[in-house]
Design a protein around this ligand. Structure first.
Ligand SMILES: [Ca+2]
Ligand SMILES: [Ca+2]
Length: 384
């Protein structure tokens, strides 16, 4: 939490820890010693065992870089740190070079998160967090985080989570989050990306694929500050893929609120298809959500369901949704969408999602696809 004295106290503790820091002997443990003795710049350490990884994360200091060699790592306790980097001395946790690294929670105690960061200015990149008994990756009250080219899959609750007050200026870029499922609660909680129970401005999601999760693709329940979501695809959520006879997953592609928050999220250039409920919905958020150039295709319920709030929708495209293109309440503002009068519905170039499911580009961005693209730029997601 970002409450003044606590924050300072934590920083002081950190600098003491840095000053003493800290050889623990063998195993690539990272020495947080600064080279010039003045700043708290950290070293670069390369880890290749689970023990080294756990130790390095525990000892993270500003400026430090943890590089993880290829392989699958099985932590026996949540990978946790409350260390703060700074904007000029970030804390970095990433795969070594282009190597394939999986951090696997299958040896964790029941109910444990796989990774939990409670600090500022972390960069976490090119890692997979999988098979956690609970959440895959959680950042709590973090500022200035860059979470790039991550995979969160097959966890026992939401794949990737931002939460807590003081969550601000984080970038989540090119996340793949899929097949997350909470068996104990029959799928009612596990979202691909959860930005819930918190506040803070400047958070941006781009380039994500959120799919085949038990509950929703993205869920902004009780997050009371605007979040920007762009160039993100949510598909196949809320379907019972686990033979759960008491399944309770919801299955909205973009669930843009709930729990009383009234907030004007910004939702541009996204797509939702094949979700069990709506493609895009305010979920009782009465704020003036902005939705521009999104596409909803073949969701079981409405493409765009904004029945109670003040959402403003423009240049969106809805095709083939089970319960209609859109369901809009009297306070919404709708113009230049394909359901508005005089706006033609362009032909979809492709209804075959194979390429959208395929490999990302080398830099981690979304794959090139013609799926759901249209010749016009007047309506619809650019699908990029
Ligand atoms: Ca739910
Ligand atoms: Ca949810």
């Amino acid at each position: 939490m970002r409450i003044g004295t606590g924050r300072h106290r934590r920083n002081r503790t950190l600098s003491i820890a840095t000053a003493v820091a800290l050889s623990s002997g063998a195993g690539g443990v990272w020495l947080g010693l600064s080279h010039d003795g003045a700043s708290a710049a950290g070293a670069t350490v390369t880890v290749s065992s689970t023990a080294e990884l756990e130790s390095a994360v525990r000892g993270a200091v500003p400026g430090g870089v943890i590089q993880v060699r290829a392989g699958t790592y099985y932590p026996t306790a949540t990978l946790m740190s409350a260390a703060n980097g700074t904007s000029s001395a970030r804390i970095t946790l990433k795969a070594y070079g282009g190597e394939k690294v999986r951090i696997d929670g299958s040896k964790l105690p029941a109910g444990s998160w796989l990774a939990g960061i409670d600090g500022d200015y972390w960069t976490v990149e090119n890692l997979t967090f999988q098979n956690s008994p609970a959440q895959g990756f959680v950042a709590t009250s973090s500022v200035g985080g860059i979470f790039r080219n991550l995979v969160t899959a097959r966890n026992g609750d939401s794949g990737f989570t931002l939460r807590g007050d003081g969550t601000s200026d984080n970038l989540v870029q090119n996340l793949d989050s899929y097949l997350n499922y909470d068996p104990a609660s029959h799928g009612q909680n596990a979202d691909g990306l959860a930005i819930k129970f918190g506040s803070g401005t400047g958070n941006r999601i781009t380039g994500a694929r959120l799919y085949d999760n038990a509950d929703d693709g993205i869920d902004l329940w009780q997050f009371s500050s605007p979040v920007t979501i762009e160039h993100t695809w949510a598909f196949g959520n809320g379907r019972n893929r686990w033979k759960d006879s008491a399944f309770e997953g919801n299955g909205n592609g973009f669930k843009l609120g709930g729990g009383g928050a009234s907030v004007a999220h910004v939702v541009n250039d996204n797509a939702a298809w094949d979700n069990r409920l709506h493609g895009f919905t305010e979920n009782s958020n009465a704020g003036a959500i902005l939705l521009d150039r999104n596409t909803a295709y073949a969701n079981d319920r409405s493409g765009f369901h904004f029945a109670t709030g003040k959402a403003r929708l423009a240049r969106n495209l809805a095709v083939g949704n089970g319960n209609g293109l859109s369901k809009l309440g009297p306070e919404t503002v709708s113009a230049a969408n394909n359901w508005d009068s005089g706006v033609p519905t362009p032909a979809l170039r492709s209804k075959d999602a194979t390429t959208a499911h395929g490999a990302r580009r080398p830099d981690g961005s979304l794959p090139v696809t013609t799926f759901l693209t249209v010749a016009s730029t007047a309506v619809g997601s650019p699908m990029n």
